[in-house]
Write a protein that binds this ligand. Structure first.
Ligand code: PAF
Length: 282
């Protein structure tokens, strides 16, 4: 497998293999690869001539230093997984210096308000960090198609907005959430959960599935109160936020409009580990 640690050599290589009609699929990740990541790569391999994967734990998107320090870093195992999946994959695993040239700071972005909801409220500066790194990676890789998981649905909408506002020529493709056997959404952060916490985290998707049923007959206020109660009774999990929002604007829904698409979004804390999940409601 080709592994590049520096952007200059990766860009030279991609230039040397690119032809007018060839396509590059790109899967940006922060490593600790799981089946959800591999599914994005499989899709990219099917749909493109070349697939580039990046593994980079981006410091500028972490508002909490403990979360950054504890983020799992498993490059050797990740390389094995990529080689098993397809040795033709090109891996870019840069250093902070290679990406930020000595200045690991975010650019300010305006995502038309998408950044002010949910994750943006609870993780100040997070989406400027995401916008900065994804834009830089797109400049380096120059992909035809880029693949993102729908677990981070707000991130997906933000990346689409950044691409549209900057007139970038890349198709941003959202892919379904991969779940563990107990329906916990796959996430690199799950590696930090104990066996018991992982089992108990099944509550998150159970709650979301019930919310989907309730959405047919109940108001969003009634549903939110029920969700809060479900977590109040649980000693290990703290609800950070729950909201039902318009998929396009991510603004919370107070009155349902049958012409709009809605989603429920949730973030919970277990032993200081943040888990997020989402479900489409109509
Ligand atoms: O979703 C992630 O893993 C990260 O936010 C991303 C898109 C790789 C940017 O660092």
């Amino acid at each position: 497998m080709h592994i590049f640690y520096g952007k200059a050599s990766l860009m030279d290589y991609l230039k040397s293999i690119k032809t007018i009609h060839s396509s590059i699929g790109f899967v940006p990740t922060m490593g600790a690869l799981h089946q959800g990541h591999l599914a994005l790569m499989q899709k990219s391999l099917l749909e493109n001539d070349t697939t580039v994967v990046s593994i980079f734990v981006n410091p500028t998107q972490f508002n909490n230093p403990e979360d950054l320090a504890k983020y799992p870093r498993t490059l050797d195992e990740d390389v094995k997984k990529l080689t098993n999946l397809n040795p033709e994959i090109i891996l870019y695993a840069p250093s902070v210096e290679d990406i930020y040239d000595g200045k690991p700071v975010s650019e300010p972005f305006d995502f038309d308000g998408l950044e002010n909801q949910m994750e943006g409220k609870f993780r100040p500066g997070h989406f400027n960090g995401v916008g900065t790194i994804v834009k830089r990676l797109f400049e380096i890789v120059d992909p035809t198609n880029a693949y993102f998981g729908e677990k981070d649905f707000q991130q997906l909408q933000i990346v689409k907005k950044m691409v549209a506002k900057n007139h970038l020529k890349v198709n941003v493709i959202g892919c379904p959430i991969y779940r563990e056997a107990n329906d916990l959404a796959m996430s690199s952060r799950n590696e930090r959960l104990s066996g018991m916490e992982r089992d108990e985290a099944a509550i998150i998707y159970k709650v979301l599935s019930t919310v989907k049923e309730q959405f047919v007959t109940k108001s969003t206020t009634e549903i939110s109160e029920w969700v809060q109660k479900s977590f109040d009774n649980n000693p290990h999990f703290t609800l950070e936020y729950f909201t039902i929002a318009d998929e396009a604007t991510l603004i919370s829904c107070t009155r349902k409009n049958k012409n709009k698409k809605y989603r429920a979004f949730i973030a919970v804390l277990v032993n200081n580990i943040r888990l997020i999940d989402t479900i489409s409601l109509n």
